[in-house]
Write a protein that binds this ligand. Structure first.
Ligand SMILES: Cc1cc2nc3c(=O)[nH]c(=O)nc-3n(C[C@H](O)[C@H](O)[C@H](O)COP(=O)(O)O)c2cc1C
Length: 146
């Protein structure tokens, strides 16, 4: 079960992913970092950075540029199996919107959304849901997992 994720300097997503306990690879923050290339199917965990575009009309790009760059690599895009997105409910209709955009563009299910660094319940629900549905999603279940 590979998790690929992006997290900015605030590292909310990083902390959430660490609690999931699956092997994880992080999409680099800086352009100067070597790009990430994956070698097996993964679930993408991506925070939303649109800045509440529905109201402000200012920033209409909920998916971070680093994640767009990662998915523009056709090889990486071919291995995405599901998306999880995070955000802040203060953004109203734009809460977790990055997941809607990625699911539509990559034609994969948007399986879960959580706020900020997530609750222990979020970790349990997503962890168990991914394990239970690994085969249906086309993700490799860890050896020995139920
Ligand atoms: C500039 C900025 C814009 C954001 N825009 C949205 C948004 O449109 N929708 C949303 O749900 N959350 C939005 N958020 C909240 C982030 O998705 C949230 O803080 C997330 O946990 C950040 O993850 P990270 O610390 O791993 O980068 C925004 C946060 C910032 C700083």
């Amino acid at each position: 079960m590979l998790v690929v994720y992006f997290s900015s300097a605030t590292e909310n997503t990083h902390r959430f992913v660490r609690k999931l306990g699956f092997p994880a690879q992080r999409i680099p923050l800086r352009r100067t970092d070597p790009p990430l290339r994956v070698d097996r199917p993964y679930v993408l965990v991506c925070p939303t950075y649109g800045g509440g575009a529905s109201i402000s009309r200012q920033n209409v790009r909920p998916v971070p540029a680093q994640v767009i760059r990662f998915l523009n690599d056709e090889h990486n895009r071919s291995l995405i199996r599901a998306v999880v997105s995070s955000g802040n409910t203060n953004f109203g209709a734009d809460y977790g919107k990055a997941g809607d955009v990625i699911a539509a563009k990559c034609k994969v299910p948007y399986v879960y959304r959580f706020e900020l660094l997530g609750t222990p319940e979020d970790v349990t629900i997503l962890r168990e849901g991914l394990l239970r549905n690994a085969e249906a999603l086309g993700l490799e279940a860890p050896l020995g997992a139920a």
